[in-house]
Design a protein around this ligand. Structure first.
Ligand code: TXA
Ligand code: MG
Length: 320
């Protein structure tokens, strides 16, 4: 066990990262667990801290597009308008990797996932480093992603050296992951940027890769993921067994059941607000020792699709 520091000391974060240590960093989506993306033993520490299988590749984070270019062998024209409009921001793209990218980053695949996050502290950090940062979400494998530094502390204390405090994440859901196959834009993971936004910018239909396929391209495609420890169910799939007095409830807009313990994610029905608060609400409810947590289904549009995708995976753990 090591002591886990929490603070906003950018120089300390730089020193630790340069020494090959793991540091949790704020991004606009969720907190990431960062290490020098060119240093195999530093990267290895991420997998160990998270208990993550080595078969699951990592995203590389960069300060700007110029910094990305030497690590990729191509940049399809279909993606250029998207990246110029959405970066820095919660879009991750898969590009053919150059030989500078260590195999441990891509789990041996020939494409590397890259993004430019928009959190000002992390952008400044990336500008000051002379290597990209490999960073998965800063949670133990399969559990709820952190959107506040306290979530990281609760889940990974003693396993990492430092948490760089950048406050609460503005988006609250992971980045959207896309790539190009045969000229078509493929979505591999729903996230903070909606399918509609991508289609509006590109004027192209986005193909959603079938998540029920057996071989996951991304862990977002693994069935069980993003799960709390307390059993989680959709309200509308669990009607017979609801305990209004003792269960914990998470509603989108309103409490239509009249329950005791509840969080309402957005009274105005704003999906962005709901997405931003989702993981924090799950973390909160998970610490209350309720017998179960019951949650709304969201409208299947915009970020509602991304929220439903996460909840589908989180609830599937408790279905068997
Ligand atoms: O918003 C985010 O994307 C956050 C912040 C920290 O940047 N990161 C994040 O990383 O969510 P992670 O590792 O929790 O999820 C990244 C997903 C994984 O499902 C991984 O399998 C997939 O991206 N991925 C990474 N590299 C890939 C590659 N080369 N090919 C296919 N999938 C890849
Ligand atoms: Mg993750």
């Amino acid at each position: 066990m090591m002591e886990t520091g929490l603070g906003n000391d950018l120089d300390l974060a730089i020193t630790l990262l340069e020494k090959g240590e793991v540091v949790a960093i704020p991004t606009e989506t969720v907190y990431g667990l960062a290490a020098n993306g060119l240093n195999d033993s530093a990267i290895q520490k991420i997998f160990t801290a998270k208990n993550r299988p080595l078969t699951n590749p990592l995203i590389l984070h960069f300060p700007d597009i110029d910094a990305i270019l030497q690590y990729v062998d191509e940049f399809p024209a279909e993606l250029q308008k998207l990246t110029s409009e959405l970066w820095p921001g919660p879009l991750t793209i898969l590009l053919k990797k150059s030989k500078l990218v260590p195999d441990i980053i891509t789990a041996g695949q020939d494409r590397v996932a890259v993004r430019i996050p928009s959190h000002p502290i992390t952008l400044e950090l990336l500008k000051k480093l002379n290597f990209p940062l490999a960073a998965p979400s800063a949670n133990p494998y399969g559990m709820i992603s952190p959107t506040k530094p306290q979530h990281v502390l609760q889940q990974l204390s003693g396993r990492i050296s430092y948490i760089l405090d950048g406050g609460e994440c503005k988006k609250g859901l992971e980045s959207t992951i896309i790539g190009v196959e045969n000229g078509e834009i493929i979505l591999y993971r729903f996230g903070s940027i909606s399918v509609e936004t991508i289609e509006n910018i590109t004027n192209q239909k986005v193909i959603v890769k079938n998540h029920s396929e057996n071989i996951p391209v991304t862990s977002g495609m693994v069935k069980h993921h993003y799960a709390p420890s307390t059993p989680l169910y959709f309200i509308d799939e669990h009607k017979i067994n609801i305990d209004k007095e003792n269960d914990g409830f998470i509603f989108f807009k309103e409490d239509f059941l009249g329950v005791n313990h509840k969080i309402i994610l957005s009274e105005s029905g704003d999906l962005e607000e709901a997405a931003q608060r989702l993981y924090d609400s799950l973390h909160l409810m998970d610490h209350k020792n309720y017998r179960k947590i019951l949650i709304d289904k969201f409208p299947n549009i915009g970020l509602g699709r991304s929220i439903n995708d996460r909840l589908q995976r989180a609830t599937s753990k408790f279905k068997e």
